[in-house]
Design a protein around this ligand. Structure first.
Ligand code: FAD
Length: 481
């Protein structure tokens, strides 16, 4: 038993194996205390691993009694410092890692019920095993959890047709900051019974409750999937291609990714083993994904026709269509290697932004020109889910300037410039990664004041002592400002 009465109480409601503390478990605790990008290393009072909702509820009740704040954690792949503790050594990390079972699949209702610590790839596989499909997909799917996906309202590669995590979830169970278990774990597509508590928790990043279970929507396995890699001259042409692809393919267009020349050049340089589909193309690149519930022959022929008509009208300069599932995977692998290639090139200033598609071209032009005025020869790595209006707009040091020096000198100024331009173009400073502790200050600057005020009121009503992920989304002292 620990000398700390709170830790002793934790061990008594769990088991010693489910409670890790300093100094005995210090090494094993490290990955739970450090964020994915290794920007910050916090220190937890303990990391706990409940197996069930009942155990998690007991933990929350102990925290309420002792005034200990909680950091919920799933796969810890979040990119905005929301899932790791601060440096005080006073926060409890509650990992859902052991709550990882797929509980049931209802094939008639087309739903799957899972515990929140279930890894996304396992949910996808469980659906596939029944001939069904869960479309949420992203590069972190081997580690991120359903609870984390819902808490961040994650996006990924299939938003164009299926929406974000919010649109894929019908019901949840959660432990709330008053210690109760809220059970709205219903698989209903229509349910107008007052405020939507499920939607309130989705996207709340662990600040309003800890999600313990979820009912997720499934679809029939698509019969056919085709990917194509196309080369366009510039961003404007990529936007025009999106319009055309929508016109030709309708709802069968399930992915539309755009990548600027530098993004691909960095992949070529730092991940040379990857075979480039258009090695000679010097303009922008587009990765299209098309999905059909009918035949592969039809989908393939329609895609070929689209490519041919774009070549004929000179909208694209070059293009290839994947001929197999393996080739499709290879194309996605190139797109998903951009963050790694960028990291190898050196630290950079990242933005995960969204804009109305009609504003994107004007945004890219003005932000690029303003950045060049601020930092001559600065490089931008611009890629993302164009079909969803979502860009990962990252700013890299000019060649020859040390990345650390660049960040030190320009990080704030670059954020200011980019976010001001986002606001001017009616966009959002966070498209899919959330706010966390990283963008909490920026939210104060860029969110509508009344919306911010309502958020603070809700937070205070549900969590009056500010014990659930304090400092995430809203800064803790200003909860009631
Ligand atoms: P964590 O990182 O553990 O937590 C994220 C937030 O959710 C934290 O605030 C945490 O407190 C809270 N939380 C976690 N579990 C719960 C729970 N059960 N109840 C309440 N709150 C909880 N994101 C996208 O949207 N689209 C992408 O395409 C994408 N690609 C990525 C690619 C890579 C290589 C990486 C590293 C990340 C990517 N992300 C992407 C970001 C990240 O994977 C997602 O935000 C993911 O949804 C986080 O899930 P997680 O289980 O790792 O959550």
């Amino acid at each position: 038993m620990s000398e700390n009465p709170f830790l002793s109480a934790l061990i008594s409601v769990l088991s010693p194996q489910q409670v890790w503390t300093h100094p005995s478990h210090a090494d094993r605790m490290q990955p739970y205390e450090q964020d994915w990008r290794k920007r910050e290393h916090g220190k937890a009072l303990a990391v706990v691993f409940p197996n069930t909702t009942t155990q998690l509820q007991a933990i929350v009740r102990l925290c309420i009694d002792s005034g200990v704040s909680i950091v919920p954690q799933g796969g810890n792949t979040g990119l905005v410092l929301g899932s790791t503790p601060n440096t005080t050594g006073q926060q409890l990390v509650v990992s859902t890692q052991r709550m990882n079972r797929v509980l049931s699949i209802d094939a008639d209702n087309m739903t799957l019920t899972a515990e929140s610590g279930c890894v996304l790839a396992h949910v996808q596989q469980a659906a596939r095993d029944q001939g069904l499909w869960f479309p949420l997909s992203m590069a972190s799917e081997g580690s991120c959890t359903i609870g984390g996906n819902l808490a961040t309202n994650a996006g990924g590669t299939q938003v164009l047709q299926f929406g974000t995590a919010r649109q894929l979830c019908l019901g949840i169970e959660a432990v709330m900051p008053d210690g109760s278990v809220m059970n709205v774990l219903r698989g209903l597509r229509k349910d107008n019974t007052g405020f939507d508590m499920r939607d309130l928790l989705i996207g709340s990043e662990g600040t309003l409750g800890i999600i313990t279970k979820a009912v997720l929507k499934l679809w029939p396995q698509p019969k056919a999937q085709v990917a194509a890699w196309l080369g366009v001259e510039d961003f404007d042409d990529a936007c025009q291609l999106l319009r055309l692809a929508r016109e030709h393919m309708g709802a069968r267009l399930t992915g539309f990714e755009v990548m600027n020349p530098l993004a691909i050049a960095l992949v070529q340089q730092h991940v040379p083993d990857l075979k480039q589909p258009l090695p000679q193309h010097t303009g922008w690149h587009v990765l299209l994904e098309l999905t059909d519930s009918q035949s592969l022959e039809n989908l393939s022929a329609d895609t070929q026709a689209l490519i041919q008509s774009c070549l004929d009208s000179h909208l694209i300069q070059d293009g290839v269509q994947a001929q197999s599932f393996q080739q499709t995977q290879q194309l996605w692998h190139i797109r998903e290697s951009i963050p790694l290639a960028q990291a190898t090139e050196g630290l950079n200033i990242k933005h995960d932004i969204s804009l109305p598609i009609s504003q994107m071209s004007s945004f890219v032009q003005s932000v690029e020109s303003d950045l060049q005025k601020l930092i001559p020869n600065v490089r931008t790595v611009n890629f993302g889910h164009l079909g969803d209006g979502n860009l990962h707009f990252n700013v890299q040091a000019p060649i020859g300037v040390a990345p650390a020096v660049f960040l030190n000198q320009y990080e704030d100024a670059v954020h200011e410039l980019v976010f001001a331009c986002v606001e001017k173009h009616s966009g959002s400073i966070s498209a899919e990664h959330g706010i966390g502790r990283l963008k909490q200050q920026r939210l104060r600057q860029h969110q509508d004041p009344s919306a911010l005020h309502q958020m603070r009121l809700i937070k205070h009503a549900l969590d009056p002592h500010g014990l659930f992920n304090p400092g995430v989304i809203l800064s803790s002292p200003d909860t009631m400002e």
